[in-house]
Design a protein around this ligand. Structure first.
Ligand code: BES
Ligand code: MN
Ligand code: ZN
Length: 503
């Protein structure tokens, strides 16, 4: 699907399908009124008949005879004007593409960027519509053999209609940026959707190295022996139950001034989490191939930052392991010595994410980062707290948490803060080691963050728990069911803002 910018009048555009946006309470819009007039009143008639009210993600497909050069008109709703923002626009674009999928249309024209959306520029709207279309076009079909290919054909070309005059450089940039972001999200989704038998830690490291090289990001990979020499006892403890050896993937992008302290991003990369000796129940265990979604988000964000040439120095650290039960696996009660020197009593081998993140946080320290953000599918408790519509954010620096939340609002990848009061630390005190890796059932997301905090002393740090948002069981306007790619756009927006304020 190739997206271009055009400056033509929507109602005089020859196309297989014209996509037009509608607010539920703005039917006096000049484009809609003119469209209604040209269609002999069919639009307002459809509204009166209750066929189409302009509610968010509602659609109506019309087939004009000869009244317009467009062969079809696809109306898509955005809900009430006052509540609409870039996210509603993204979703409307995604919904529209969903309706056109499989129809074997070639060229479509999309008038969504022309909508009068409060507090947005034409470039913002072009970016959001392009993102929505591209994200909705994603599909993971590499394991469907020829006769099982879904009827998933997309329009081959979409022209975004963007007002009169020549397209501005800002608008062209917004379209280019949307393409970069959508590609980074697609890569993250692909990696998360990939089954466990394919994605060993070594495979993940190879994928990261290949993608990094193509984007001009430096990538180094530590293998098991190197991790042992470093003293990553917590990470190695998790890894020892699997014959597939761990890797530590380190990405380095220098877009900022030489000598400026980097931002460090850390992503949980558990390629499959069976729970270890504290084995998970069989039901839905297959979904635990998504336990490297934090790592995929960090990789995607590093690639996007490099491709967008953001003026920021950036380090990405992805600990990649597999958590399996076996004769060589760690046991409940084992005590591990982490890279930081702190000892950890492993009471539940299924609380493995915090163990590998502990060593990754300590490893990141050597880059003297000005701030650290980790991203992880860390706790089932996070799904209980927030469901599938927001990720949790916790941290030791209110301004950093605020900046991340803002990026979340901007991208539609919303964050909700949970408290990290010192009281919760009581729950992870151990009698025999410095800390234990579980705090029991109450406040599971918070006690996991309290554990990580012990390894983030001395730097600004925030933790994102994406357990509920990384894997979505029901298709949404901008992605099919499965991996959402959450975190890529969020972190990139955060980095963009950071780069702006830092410079
Ligand atoms: N990867 C899981 C968390 C998870 C669960 C992510 C469901 C996505 C969906 C994590 O490693 C885990 O197993 N956490 C345990 C921690 C507990 C043993 C303290 C959990 O949440 O049950
Ligand atoms: Mn686990
Ligand atoms: Zn896990």
């Amino acid at each position: 699907m190739h997206i271009t910018l055009r400056r033509t009048d929507p109602l005089n555009t020859r196309t297989a399908c014209l996509i037009v946006g509608t607010f539920a309470d703005r039917w006096r819009d000049p484009l809609l009124l003119e469209l209604d007039r040209r269609l002999g009143g069919r639009l307002l008639e459809a509204r009166r008949a209750g066929e189409f009210a302009g509610k968010a993600n509602e659609t109506l497909l019309l087939q004009p005879a000869a009244e317009l050069p467009a062969r079809r008109i696809l109306l898509v709703g955005l809900g009430p004007h006052r509540q609409a923002g870039l996210e509603q626009l993204r979703l409307a674009a995604g919904t529209a593409l969903g309706q056109l999928r499989g129809k074997r249309l070639n060229d479509c024209a999309c008038a969504l960027p022309l909508l009068d959306l409060p507090r947005t520029t034409p470039a913002d709207r072009i970016g959001a519509v392009a993102e929505g279309l591209l994200l909705a076009g994603y599909c993971f079909d590499r394991y469907l053999t020829a006769d099982r290919q879904p009827a998933g054909t997309l329009p081959s070309a979409v022209r975004l209609l963007a007002g009169r005059g020549a397209a501005t450089p800002e608008e062209e940039d917004a379209l280019a940026a949307a393409t970069v972001l959508a590609e980074a999200v697609s890569l993250a989704r692909d990696l998360v959707n990939e089954p466990g038998n394919v994605k060993s830690p070594a495979w993940l490291a190879e994928q990261a190295a290949t993608a990094a090289a193509a984007a001009g990001v430096h990538c180094t990979v530590l293998d098991r022996d190197e991790l042992a020499r470093e003293g990553c006892g917590a990470l190695l403890g998790v890894a020892q139950g699997s014959v597939r050896e761990p890797r530590l993937i380190v990405l380095d992008y220098r877009g900022g001034r030489a000598g400026d302290a980097p931002v460090a991003l850390i992503g949980k990369g558990v390629v499959f989490d069976a729970g270890g000796i504290s084995l998970k129940p069989a039901e839905k265990m297959d979904e635990m191939k998504m336990d490297m979604a934090g790592g995929a988000a960090v990789l995607g964000a590093c690639l996007a930052a490099a491709r967008l040439k953001l003026p920021v120095n950036l380090v990405g650290v992805i600990p990649a392991v597999e958590n399996l039960p076996s004769g060589s696996a760690i046991r409940p009660g084992d005590i591990l010595t982490s890279l930081s020197g702190q000892t950890i009593e492993v009471l539940n081998t299924d609380a493995e994410g915090r163990l590998i993140l502990a060593d990754a946080l300590t490893y990141a320290r050597r880059f003297q980062p000005r701030l650290v953000v980790d991203v992880a599918t860390l706790t089932g408790a996070c799904i209980i707290a927030l469901g599938h519509h927001a990720s949790a954010v916790l941290g030791n620096d209110p301004a950093l948490v605020q900046a991340l939340r803002r990026a979340g609002e901007q991208t539609g990848e919303r964050l909700w803060e949970l408290p990290l009061w010192a009281d919760y630390d009581q729950q992870i005190k151990s009698d025999v080691a410095d800390v234990k890796n579980t705090g029991g059932r109450p406040a599971g997301t918070i006690t996991a963050a309290a554990f990580l905090q012990r390894f983030a002393k001395g730097f600004r740090w925030a933790h994102l728990d994406i357990a509920g948002t990384a894997w979505i069981e029901q298709a949404r306007p901008c992605h099919p069911k499965g991996a959402s790619g959450v975190g890529v756009r969020l972190l990139t927006a955060f980095l963009r803002a950071e780069a702006g304020t830092a410079g």
